[in-house]
Design a protein around this ligand. Structure first.
Ligand code: PMP
Length: 429
């Protein structure tokens, strides 16, 4: 059993010694000291069903035995070296990752976080094309580094200072629920053409988007959006970046990568979170031609692709395949989506249920016509669900969207439990 400081003591330490910009998810905070697959345990040994996976990071399960074993094994052999020496782990891992990518996406650069990966992707786009301007989406989230903060399309995440990375232009979000054109992707794409011709020299470095916006509230891009935009961007000399930080590795069920939902093949893909099941690991995957644009100078990352993280990342790939996680996410996700839709038929406060696989969103509104966000109600339901043993995620610009993105081992029974708890919590409002 846990013998460390109490939750109150940890909160006091955190308040005194950690940055005040950190935020907690609950009024009465939960302290987590152990995890096993889709379950988390607090300091008193109370079990929670984890529907948020450390913000979509624990892909195959908390402390999955195969991943833990691979990490432990490598930990005893060699914990660290950098790319100035040869090591088998990073090289074999790069091949295994590239093998899972379509088209000519065959060159990998490992880094430590999604922000770093997106920074590098944007740098690659600019180096390769010789252009500067980038098109991103409103409501997007690509990271908190100085370089990526400007790409985010939500005020919540922008420090009040000049957004470094000037030259980012935010297109109308192809949001099927809140956008003006519903699910008509090509109509939203026209805004990108407009931006290219009005806000840039007519030539762009590239375009970056998540296929299902994560932090933005599990918003899938409207149907047919990406094929149109990719054409326009390429015609303007740019490259297309897919941020797969949340949507990768089979989570969306129907496909291994989120961008495949729209039938496109990007020029650069960024990976983080689920790639390492919680290890600080991220990657940029691109074509040999684009990768070559960085070769005129050296580039170095101390921890990127270190042996321990690489061994863990390789184990994640094996587990996703062996345990058929993509198929599982598709089946459990479909069941959960159906049950959530039935719940929406019962509770008017549910304005929208959306997503794919185990990347789902439930948006609460005060009024289905005006779509006024039910922000306080969302927080109340979430707190109550926590008290009943289910940890939910929350997001969206207005904080009124439940984000259901559990570890991919989440079962049908877990899904049923979640829906029943949500039903009870909403009924109590
Ligand atoms: N891209 C997406 C889609 C994300 O959700 C996040 C993190 N929430 C990032 C990039 C940034 O990743 P990190 O926090 O590892 O820098």
């Amino acid at each position: 059993p846990y013998t460390g400081p109490s939750a109150e003591e940890v909160l006091a330490l955190r308040k005194q010694y950690l940055s005040p910009s950190l935020f907690l998810h609950f009024k009465k905070p939960v302290m987590i000291v152990e995890g096993k697959m889709q379950y988390l345990y607090d300091e008193r040994g109370r079990r929670y069903l984890d529907a948020f996976a450390g913000i979509v990071t624990v892909s195959v399960g908390h402390c999955h035995p195969a991943v833990t074993e691979a990490i432990n094994h490598q930990n005893q052999l060699l914990q660290h070296t950098t790319t100035i020496y040869l090591n088998n782990q990073i090289a074999e891992y790069a091949k295994e990752l590239a093998d899972r990518m379509p088209g000519n996406l065959k060159v990998v650069y490992f880094v430590n976080s999604g922000s770093e990966a997106n920074d590098m992707a944007i740098m690659l786009a600019r180096l390769y094309t010789g252009n500067w301007d980038m098109i991103c989406l409103r409501n997007a989230y690509h990271g908190m580094s100085i370089g990526t903060m400007g790409t985010c399309g939500q005020h919540t995440w922008k420090q009040p200072m000049p957004q470094v990375g000037f030259g980012y232009h935010h297109a109308l979000n192809p949001d099927p629920y809140r956008g003006p054109y519903g699910d008509d992707g090509p109509r939203y794409a026209a805004d990108v053409a407009d931006l290219i011709s009005s806000a840039t020299p007519g030539r762009v470095a590239g375009f970056v988007a998540e296929t299902i916006q994560g932090v933005g509230g599990a918003v899938p891009l409207a149907t047919g959006y990406l094929p149109e935009v990719y054409k326009m961007i390429r015609a303007a000399g740019g490259v297309c970046i897919a941020d797969e930080v949340q949507t990768g590795f089979g989570r969306t069920g129907g496909h291994y990568w989120g961008f495949q939902r729209q039938g496109v093949v990007p020029d650069i893909v960024t990976l983080a979170k689920g790639i390492g099941n919680g290890l600080p690991l991220a990657a940029v995957v691109t074509t040999p031609e684009i990768a070559a644009s960085m070769a005129s100078r050296l580039h170095f990352n101390t921890y990127g692709g270190n042996p321990v993280c690489s061994a863990g990342g390789r184990a994640v790939l094996r587990v996703v395949d062996q345990e058929r996680r993509q198929e599982h996410c598709g089946q459990v996700g479909e069941h959960l989506l159906g049950r959530l839709r039935a719940l929406a038929a019962k509770h008017d406060i549910i304005g929208d249920v959306r997503g794919a696989g185990l990347m789902l969103g439930v948006e609460l509104v005060k009024d289905r016509k005006t779509k006024e966000p039910a922000k306080a109600e969302t927080a109340t339901v979430m707190e109550f669900m926590k008290d009943l043993g289910v940890l939910m995620g929350k997001g969206g610009l207005h904080g009124n969207v439940f984000r259901i993105k559990p570890p991919m081992c989440f079962s049908r029974q877990d899904a049923d439990f979640l829906v029943e708890v949500m039903d009870l919590a909403i009924s109590k409002l």
